[in-house]
Write a protein that binds this ligand. Structure first.
Ligand code: GDP
Length: 530
């Protein structure tokens, strides 16, 4: 994989749209997993990649991981994202580490809530998107309806690359709009060499026979509409994130999957420039880091605990952004200025991970972390910089932490601090009080933290309700105003783990009043404001 251009991408979807199935099939086509079904099976035979207890119990994927495989002269890195909405923060952060995204849609349902939210994050970053309308072996919405839905809900221009002929029991296959061929669904026994039918003349007898009169009529009408209404695929617009090529198929039946993989290997962008803040950070000066720069840089976008139950380890995932990282290299953790030697950098191949000798831009390496690393941490060869755009999102649910065993206060503090730094939950301290508040986007995050406090820190974390519904990071222009603001709203002031001031509120109305009263104070929903 040394010289291959990287394609680092992720799949986004609503739970049940088929992300796991697609991941499994992509790996299969990438020939890493020889027999599909190894990654995850709903029958309860969990493969070793499904390592978390909670995942087993609930049948949901909770944490992200990386799967790498070579395909068509590209080194593909597929980053897994949790499907459950309670862990969407993990997904948002994973999206900061990729250059492109595959959007999976359940064709009977259209764009669902979770996909919509994740697409908003992609659109914010202009991430190029490939779309796949899945489950055409079941009754599906009309493809025009699906396109309309994607265009309206995701504000992106769709360009069909294939076109479905029928759906459900009537599903014949897809018409390839560029090659004017039909790929037959029924004969898709060998997905590596599917039965391709010449369809340059739709009036030909073999087409009539294969498609059937009613569906052929509809296909002809549809193709006319497409020609009239739809633009051609334009690579630049795809790369700018404003146009999405669209495929139709059935991941479960390996149908249409290879075409998606081919598209990624052909068009997915390689690593690009990324913005960093330069030291001293207060000055807010930035520069762009180019992947071709000689010196290594990278940032932590994900910290995963318990990847291997036996070792109780914690792995920080680093996205390499420039230069070349070599095993054993000493790198600088820009936040502390300290050098650390990375002796055992890990790379991931489906279920396996192995020590790698090097990594280049676009690659993801995992390093063992004893609790010192934080989400967003930047690694360099000495330069003090900070990658931007790896935000925390304002939590919407809050709980007060109760210390049940006063002897274990220190352990609890340490556990909460570390779990918060690795992004499992957000920890806030209230103004003029020792009270600790946890904030999360979804309730399951609290459960995970409770369990991990017990497992890893040997302390029982208990919570009680905290009747606040929102929080904003605030930027106050002067010290004087800061004093006024804090004394006026002392009950609403909290500090995040970096000591930044936050305004915590019970109702949107409270927020609005504060905003009106202090017009010059800025309120932010994410913590990456400048
Ligand atoms: P995830 O929650 O998005 O990861 O979805 P899964 O991949 O686990 O799929 C959810 C369900 O849909 C599973 O029962 C799959 O077998 C099923 N599924 C996935 N793809 C297809 C498909 O193309 N056709 C049909 N009929 N079912 C599918």
């Amino acid at each position: 994989m040394e010289d291959l251009k990287r394609a680092t991408f992720a799949i986004i979807s609503h739970p049940d749209a088929g992300k796991t199935t697609m991941t499994e099939k992509l790996l299969w086509f990438g020939q890493v997993v020889r027999s599909a079904g190894m990654v995850k099976s709903k029958q309860g035979n969990y493969a070793k990649s499904d390592w978390m207890e909670m995942e087993k119990e609930r049948g949901i994927s909770i944490t992200s991981s990386v799967m790498s495989f070579p395909y068509n002269e590209r080194a593909m890195h597929l980053l897994d994202t949790p499907g459950h909405k309670d862990f969407s923060e993990d997904t948002y952060r994973t999206l900061t580490a990729v250059e492109s995204v595959l959007m999976m849609i359940d064709s009977a349902k259209g764009v669902e809530a979770q996909t919509k939210k994740l697409m908003e994050v992609c659109r914010m970053r202009d991430t190029p998107i490939v779309s796949f309308c899945n489950k055409f072996d079941r009754d599906a919405l009309d493809p025009f309806e699906l396109i309309d839905d994607v265009e309206k809900t995701c504000s992106i221009q769709c360009v069909p690359m294939t076109w479905p002929i029928g759906s459900g029991v009537e599903f014949k296959g897809v018409y390839d709009l560029r090659n004017k061929t039909i790929m037959s669904f029924k004969d898709a026994k060998d997905p590596f060499s599917p039965n391709i039918i010449d369809a340059s003349d739709l009036k030909a007898d073999h087409i009539k026979e294969f498609v059937g009169e009613t569906l052929l009529e509809k296909l002809e009408e549809d193709l006319m509409m497409i020609e009239e209404l739809m633009p051609e695929f334009n690579e630049e617009e795809f790369l700018a994130g404003i146009m999405t090529p669209m495929y139709f198929g059935s991941a479960l039946n390996n149908f249409g999957v290879k075409e998606v993989l081919d598209t990624f290997s052909k068009f997915a962008p390689g690593p690009g420039e990324r913005e960093v803040l330069k030291a001293p950070f207060e000055k807010e000066e930035t520069r762009m880091v180019d992947p071709s720069e000689k010196k290594f840089t990278g940032f932590v976008f994900k910290i995963q605990a318990n990847m291997d139950k036996k070792h109780r380890d914690r792995v920080a995932f680093i996205r390499v952004c420039s230069g070349r990282f070599t095993r054993g290299q000493k790198v600088t953790l820009a936040r502390t200025g300290k050098e650390i030697k990375i002796a055992t950098p890990l790379m991931f191949q489906a279920q396996d991970r192995e020590i790698t000798e090097y990594a280049i831009p676009g690659d993801i390496i995992g390093i063992h972390d004893s609790g010192k690393l934080q989400i967003g941490d930047t690694f360099t060869e000495g330069e003090i910089i900070q990658f931007t755009g790896i935000p925390s999102f304002a939590p919407e649910i809050f709980k007060r932490v109760l210390l049940k065993d006063p002897m274990k206060g220190k352990q609890l503090d340490k556990g909460l601090q570390q779990l918060s730094e690795e992004g499992s939950v957000q920890l806030f301290k209230r103004h003029n009080s020792t009270e600790k508040i946890l904030g999360a986007v979804g309730v399951l995050q609290f459960e995970v933290v409770q369990r991990r406090l017990e497992d890893e820190y040997n302390v029982k974390g208990e919570y009680e309700g905290f009747p606040y519904t929102g929080i904003r990071w605030v930027k106050i222009p002067t010290e004087k105003m800061k004093d006024e603001f804090v004394s006026r709203y002392s009950a609403n002031i909290a500090y995040d783990i970096k000591g930044r001031i936050c305004f915590i509120y019970r109702t949107e109305w409270d927020l609005k009043l504060a905003q009106e009263k202090f017009e010059e104070v800025e309120f932010f929903k994410t913590n990456d404001f400048k």
